[in-house]
Design a protein around this ligand. Structure first.
Ligand SMILES: C[S@@+](CC[C@H](N)C(=O)[O-])C[C@H]1O[C@@H](n2cnc3c(N)ncnc32)[C@H](O)[C@@H]1O
Length: 229
């Protein structure tokens, strides 16, 4: 990923009409976020990737259309059955091979060093154990392979960080956000897990006022650090 000003090293609706209105409202909000800039963030996240790639928590497959053709194969892990079905549909329309499989962060059923790269996109906020998730991702990425990340993170602005902590620790944000934690210092956790940050751009993305606690975002790449001898 190209370095530019502002970067710092280490820094649809489904075909089946659903009775429940909530997913439809959510998919409208999700589509609005894509149009407001998130689709461009996904392209930035995935640009230049090569080889065999693992995507963790792929949701309904919104990243799939943005993978470059330099990628040979994507294995997309998604534990939630409804989303996994949507991801399978999205994979059928992708321009490269994408296998969608069941699985859970921190307990990935892949051999050590099985992937050239892994992608975490708006998922590290939700996994129950961030450190175990990153340690397991490091295990399945080959030495000197890449972790690409696009996540919302703990704000650097004290007042917003305090709001994120309060909303997360009272359980309000996880309740409305499907288990999401707004107060994770994810870049620090990535380094702690044995990755060296190569590129990291911090910015705010707030398609609606309601998602202000998830506005501080990072897009970046980290390389699996060499083993200590
Ligand atoms: C906000 S969605 C993001 C989906 C997709 N990555 C994207 O960028 O649009 C979070 C995703 O993480 C998945 N997820 C939640 N807990 C998980 C876990 N423990 N292991 C793997 N995926 C998980 C959810 O099922 C959901 O698909």
């Amino acid at each position: 990923m190209a370095t530019e000003a502002g970067r710092e090293p280490a820094c649809r609706t489904s075909k089946v009409k659903r009775v429940n209105a909530i997913p439809d409202r959510r998919s409208r909000a999700a589509a609005a976020a894509e149009d407001a800039g998130q689709a461009a963030h996904r392209r930035e996240l995935l640009a230049g990737l090569r080889g065999r790639v693992l995507e963790l928590g792929a949701g309904n497959g919104l990243n799939f259309e943005h993978y470059p053709t330099t990628v040979d194969e994507v294995v997309a892990v998604e534990p939630e059955p409804y989303l996994r079905e949507r991801a399978v549909e999205a994979a059928r329309n992708a321009k490269l091979r994408i296998d969608v499989v069941d699985g859970l962060a921190g307990r990935l059923a892949f051999a050590d060093a099985a992937f050239d790269a892994a992608v975490a996109s708006l998922v590290l906020c939700t996994v129950p154990d961030l450190d175990a998730t990153l340690t397991d991702l490091r295990r399945v990425i080959r030495p000197a392979g890449e972790l690409r990340f696009y996540e919302h993170v703990l704000a650097r602005e004290p007042r917003l960080a305090a709001l994120q902590r309060a909303l997360t620790r009272t359980g309000v944000w996880p309740l409305v956000g499907g288990g999401c934690h707004a107060d994770r210092d994810t870049v620090v956790a990535i380094e702690r897990a044995g990755f060296a940050i190569q590129d990291c751009r911090r910015f705010h993305f707030r398609p609606t006022l309601l998602v202000a606690p998830a506005a501080p975002r990072v897009i970046g790449s980290a390389r699996r650090a060499q083993e200590e001898s």
